[in-house]
Design a protein around this ligand. Sequence first.
Ligand code: IPT
Length: 996
Amino acid sequence: MILRIILAALSVACIFVQQVAASNTSLGGGSQDIVTWDKHSIMVRGQRVMFFSGEFHPFRLPAPGLWLDVLQKVKAMGFNGVSFYVNWALLEGKEGDFSAEGVFALEPFFEAAKTAGIYLLARPGPYINAEVSGGGFPGWLARLPTGLRTRNSTYMDATEKYVSSIGTIIAKAQITNGGPVILVQPENEYSSGDPPFPDPVYFRAVEQQYRDAGIVVPFISNDNSPHGFFYDQGPPEWPIYGHDSYPMGFNDDISEWPVDALPTNYGDLHEEMAPNTPYSVIECQGGSWDPWGGYGYNKTAARQGPEYQRVFFKNFYSFGVTIFNVYMGVGGTNWGNMGYPEGYTSYDYGAPITEMRTVERENFSELKLQAMFLQSSPAYATAIPQNNTHANGSYTGNMKIATTALFGNETNFFVLRHADYTETSTEKYHITLPTSKGNITIPQLGGSLSLVGRDSKFHVTDYDVGGINLLYSTAEIFTWRKFGNRRVLVVYGGPGETNELGIQGGGTPHILEGDQHSIKFDQKQGSTILQYTVSDQRIIVELSNGLYVYLLDRFSAYNYWSTDLSSDPVSENYTNTTTFLSTPIIKAGYLIRDMKATDNTLHLMGDFNSTTEIEIIGAESDIKSLIVNNAPTEFQQDSHGVVKATVVFKGPDFSLPDLSKTGWKVLDALPEIQKDYDDSRWTKASLSNSNNTERNLSTPMSLYASDYGFHSGYLIYRTSFTSNGGESLHLETQGGSAYGHSIWLNEIFVGSFSGDITAYSWNQTFNLPAENGETYTITILIDQMGYEENGSAGSSDMKTPRGILNYSLSGFNQSDLSWKITGNLGGESFRDRTRGPLNEGGLFAERQGYHLPGAPISSWKDSKLGPMEGLSGPGVAFYATTFKLDIPTGYDIPISLSFANSTDTTSSIRCQVYVNGYQFGKWIHNIGPQDIFPVPEGIWDYHGENYLAVSLWALEKGGGKVENLNLVAGPVIQSSYPRPIEMSPISQWHKRDGAY
Ligand code: IPT
C-alpha cells in the first residue's frame, strides 16, 4: 500500500515535471507553474483537480452580499469550480469609458470564491452570447462599419479598452497572485462565421490581448461542438481544447426526449482531435433558457432533470471528462434590460440552484451525488476511457444495455445505460467484470441487476476505500471517508433495485441498523459479498476490517453532505482530495455549508426548512459540544462515534405589506402626446447615413436608435406635419421578439401592435383622423427588447436595428418629415452610474429618474390601488409607492413581485417594475409566461424603507390594469448565512440637469 502511494506520488510528480516543461511557456510574457495540465486533467500545485464547475454570472445577481451564499451552495453540491462570464455591455456603455464599480465590481466576487474555496474559470469574452443583449456587445459597436469578431483592426481596436481593463482585473485575481482564477477562456464559441474562418490570426490576437493584460494561467477554448478548431495548431500557445454540448436543445417539446441526441462518439472524437489535452466540456447543458411565451422554468428544470443528468452527464464521465462546467449552475435574472430579445426577465434556466437561490430542486441533489462520487474517486482523473463503439452488449451480453469502461491503474469504472437511452422500461442484467480476482459475474448471490427506466449507473471494481479494496460495487458510491482506523462508505441505488458489493477482507458482517431480510451475505474471492434490495429503510453494516457501509436509496442519499473546506495553508479552502476524504459526512436535510472541529467542539453551519434530525458521521470520539448555527445544541454520541442531534425549525414571524394598502402615487408618463409638449431637447434624427452593416436604410435619415446612442428599453419617436386631410400612415418598426408599439396623432390614439413572439418587426397602415390645414404630431412608442446575439463570427447580427425601419405618409415625400428620437436620458452618456448603462429606457418618468428612490412623488396624484387601478384607455402611467420591510434575520426569505391577471384578460398591457431604482421585471401579460419576479435581498432593504415603481403601458382602447400585484415570500429557510445582507448601492433621485 505504502509502495503504491509512493509510486503514485512519483508518477504524479513526473507528470508534473514534464508538464511544467511543456506548458510553462509564455505568450506575451505570461508564464507560471501553479496551474499545469496533461492529457488527463489540470493540476494545481501538482495535485490533480477534477474541475467540476457550475456557471454563474455575478452580473445577473446585482447583490454582491449574496455571492458567497451562491458559491457556498455550489460548493455544497460537491463542485469545486465556477465559470463566469463578464458582460462588456454593462462595463463600457460609452466607448472608452470603462467602469466596474459597485454591483459591477468583480473583486468582491473573487473574495467570495476564495472564501468558499471555489476555483474560477473566467470567460470575459469580449463576445459571450449568454442570452444577453448583443451577446455582451455594447450598443455602440452597432456603429462600427465592419462585421464583428474578426481580425479587422476597427473591431479589434474597439475591444482594446475593455479587454485590457477586464484582463487586468482578472489578472490580479489569478492564483499566481493569490486569487481564485485558474483558467481563462478568450472569446466564446468561435466556431462558425464568414471567411476567413476559422481564423487563427484573430483567435491568437484575442489571446495576445489577454496575455498583454497579464493573464498567465492556461487558456481554454469552447468550440460550440467538437470540431477541433485550433487544437491542430498544437500546444503550448494554444488553449486546452474544450467544447460545449446542449443535447436536449432549447424550448423543444417539453415532455419528450429527442432521439439520437446522446453523443456517444465524443470520447473517440476527443482522442482524434485533442488527445493531449484533458477532455473538457465547457458548457454542458444544465437547463435551458426560456423564450417569451415559453414553457416556464419549472418545466425546463424537469426536462433537464435528474434522469437527463444521469444519462447524459454519466455519458460524459464515461469519456473521462475532467473539466466539466454545467451551464447554468445558478441562472439569475436579466434585470435592467440586459437580456436578449428572445428571453424574458428570469434567467432561472431550470438550473440546480434556482433564481431565488434555493436548493430544493432534485437537479441539485442528483448533481451532488455525481460530483461527490467523482471528487471522492481520485482514480477517475487518470482512468483511460475505452473505445465504446461496441458498448452495446459488452460486459453484460445484453444488447439492450451499453457499457463503457474506464480503466485505471487498479480501479476500473463502468458506465451502464440502456442502449436506447430514451428507453423507459426496466432491463434486467448480469454483468461480468474484470477484477484483481479474475472475471466475476455479478450478482453472485442470485437474482439480477436492473436498469430501471431512464437511468445510467456507475459500477466500479478494485476501488480504493482508504486502503480497503472494494472488489466491486453495483451500488453507486456517494462518497467514502477514512477516520483513523475506521472507514465509512456510503452507497445508494434506485428504489427496489438489487445491488451487490464485494469487500475484500470484510470478514463477518454485523448489521447495525436495518432489516436483516433485505440483505444477504457470503464469502467469495476473499471478500465479503453483500447483496441488498434498495429501500428507504437504510441499512448500516459494520465489517470486521473497520468499514461501515451505509446502504441507502437515492432519495435518502440526497440528505447526506460533506464539507471540504480544507483550510490548510497551501490549499486554503479549495478542495484538497487528501483532507476532503477525512472530513465528516453529515446527514441533515436542506443544506450543509460548513463544519469545523476545534477542541472537541463541532461547529456546523447549515440551512433548514423543517425540524431536522442530524447525524455527524466521523466526528472525533470525544465531542464535548455541538454548535449549530452559533447555537449550542444538545446531542448524543454513540459508540461508533456518530453524533446525533435535532435542529428545531422555528417559523419566523413576519408579514409582507399589502400593496393594495400601501397607497400609491401616479403620474401621466406620456406627456409627449400633449399639445404643448416641448421636444426641443430631443435628439434630431439627422444622420443621412448609417454605418450599420446589417441593413441598408429605407429612409432618407437613419431612424436606427443605435445610431443615436439609445440601446435600452423603450424608444419614442416624434414627427409633425400639416395635414391635407385624412392621410394614411404606413409604418414598419422593429424591436425584437414580443416587442410592441403604440401610435398617437396628437392626443388621439391611432393604434398599437401588441406583440407576438415570432414578430421581430411589424408593418402597419393607419388611416389618420387628420383634418385639412391642422398641424399634427405623431408620437410612436416602441418597446425594444434588446439586441440580437452575434453567434456567427464576422456577422453583424447584433446590429439588427431597433426603432423605425420605414415609413410613408400619403401625399408626402419621406423627406418632408423630420424626426426626433429619445431613449434613456443621455444615451451612452447614461446618468445612473450605480445601475449601469442599460437599466433605464426612454419613458418620461425614466428620463426624469422617477424610478429612483427619493423621486418627488408627493406632488403626484394619489392613486389608491396604483397599477391595480390602471388606465381606462391607451396610454402610459407611472406608479410609485413606498413601504417598510421588517424581515427577521436568521432566515432566507426570498421576496418576489407577483403580477396576477385572470387568464381570460385579453387586454394588452406592458409593465416595467423598479425596486429601489433597479429595473427587475418586464411583464407582458398577453405574451407571458413570467408572472412572478424574484428580487434579491440587498436590492430589497429587508430592514427599512423600499421604493417600488411600476410603469404601465396600456396598448388597447379599453386600457388595462394589473388585477393583482402582490409581494410574495418564497420558501422560508432558517439560514446560517450571516445577515443582514449588505445592501447594494442604492443611489437616490436628484433633479436631473437637462432632463426632458
Ligand atoms: C451557448 C453559449 O456559449 C452560451 O453563452 C449560451 O448562450 C448557451 O449557448 C445557451 O444558453 S452556444 C450553444 C447553444 C451552442
